[in-house]
Write a protein that binds this ligand. Structure first.
Ligand SMILES: *[C@@H]1O[C@H](CO)[C@@H](O)[C@H](O)[C@H]1NC(C)=O
Ligand SMILES: *[C@@H]1O[C@H](CO)[C@@H](O)[C@H](O)[C@H]1NC(C)=O
Length: 390
């Protein structure tokens, strides 16, 4: 039975690896097993709270500790059973002080071969507001483990922008091809911001008016593909998914970063999930960006965002600066997670805290897919070696 399992696991992997060249820019379809769910009263279990000011994006916020967030009601589960993560909109912030909000990072991480799904009824928006739901590799120097920006907007921007950040001189620029994605590629925005792809009704007031929607990201050897559906358009394969999810009827993604243009296994390690909101900072507070959707009377300079939005009561800007999340789910090829994919960790690297039965093949196929040079045969060999090592 174990051998049979190994073979059935190897075959799709081999097919996926072979398809990397043949299929290139298309999302590969498949079924994934639930590894972790954040929802309801346990939504806030299993996260690290940043607990310090934002010096990363130079935002005008303190990302508070869990105790502070709870005391200030910046993170809680509401009566509908949804998680609220918000900006403090009740404090009179003195000049030169920062405003409190939240940044949390999942304690678990998820290997290549994962699907992340977030269902929200509201996403933060407003002048100076810069929310994000994104993933990154913990414990390495950014951006060498890769970063996937699944939800990211600033100020009153009307549509979501997807992006990858990756290390090395050659980036992951995505594709400008509407046959593989419905979004439009924008120019690289900042250093290592490789590709932005916009999709309508995906943010701000329009998102909330539609009852919210679902973002789903497939983090796969064949590429990184991200879908967005507003509430009315969520496929039943997503809304009814419980222990597994099938991507095969998801259609063309909003954003495609195919392996033909981005070596996923070279650029990405296992990803932790991050939810945060910052204010102003390098993107939302950049004067021309701020002025685009938050027209500034008087001098437009680096302080405009902070002066106009953050200090004093701030109430008009922050009433809508909150996430309301029904769930975040992470699915993996076999329900395994916290699986090291470092090439040096060899096989049998699963630390296996998953609810699903431990199955080392996942660890080793992840090993095999981590570094680009690994070919189909080597990949299969890793899986078999991994199994032997169990
Ligand atoms: C700000 O809040 C203070 C205290 O609640 C209140 O007295 C004041 O009127 C508010 N200012 C504005 C501009 O809303
Ligand atoms: C703060 O925002 C919440 C919604 O997030 C709103 O209900 C409340 O009225 C706001 N508070 C103030 C003082 O504006």
């Amino acid at each position: 039975m174990h051998t049979l399992w190994t073979l059935t696991t190897v075959l799709p992997f081999v097919a996926a690896a072979a398809g990397r060249d043949a299929l290139q820019s298309r999302a590969s379809s498949g079924t994934y097993t639930l590894a972790k769910e954040y929802s309801g009263s346990s939504f806030f279990d299993g996260w690290d709270w940043y607990g310090a000011p934002d010096l990363l994006q130079n935002g005008d916020v303190n990302w508070v500790t869990e105790a502070q967030a709870t005391a200030e009601q910046l993170a809680y589960v509401n009566a509908a059973g949804n998680a609220i993560i918000k900006v403090d909109n009740t404090t009179y912030v003195q000049a030169n002080q920062k405003r409190d909000t939240v940044r949390i990072t999942s304690q678990d991480d998820f290997p290549i071969g994962s699907v992340f799904v977030l269902d929200a009824t509201h996403l933060p928006y407003g002048c100076s507001v810069w929310p994000s739901f994104w993933t990154t590799e913990a414990g390495v120097t950014w951006p060498s483990g890769g970063e996937i920006d699944i939800i990211e907007t600033v100020n009153r921007m009307a549509a979501n922008q997807y992006a990858l950040h990756t290390g090395g001189a050659d980036g992951c620029f995505g594709v400008n091809d509407t046959s593989v994605q419905t979004g439009t590629r924008t120019a690289p925005r900042r250093r290592r911001v490789i590709t932005g792809v916009l999709s309508g009704d995906s943010a701000g007031e329009a998102f909330a008016a539609a009852g919210g929607g679902v973002y789903a990201a497939q983090f796969d050897p064949s590429g990184i593909f991200i879908w967005f559906w507003s509430r009315a358009n969520i496929p039943s394969s997503v809304s009814s998914a419980t222990n597994s999810i099938d991507t095969s009827d998801w259609g063309t993604p909003s954003a495609a970063f195919p392996s033909s243009s981005c070596d996923i296994s070279e650029k990405f390690g296992p990803q932790s999930l991050v939810l945060d909101i910052t204010l102003c900072g390098n993107w939302a507070g950049e004067p021309s960006v701020y002025n685009e959707t938050c027209p500034t009377s008087g001098t437009l300079d680096a302080n405009s965002c902070y002066q106009n939005s953050v200090v004093f009561n701030g109430t008009s800007d922050y009433t809508f600066a909150y996430f309301e999340i029904q769930y975040i789910k992470a699915f993996t090829s076999d329900g395994q997670f916290n699986v090291s994919v470092s090439a040096s960790s060899s096989a049998a690297a699963a630390t296996g805290t998953g609810g699903a039965p431990a199955s080392q093949g996942a660890a080793s196929s992840a090993v095999a897919t981590r570094r680009a040079e690994v070919g189909v045969l080597v990949g299969a060999a890793f899986v078999l070696v991994g199994w032997t090592a169990v």
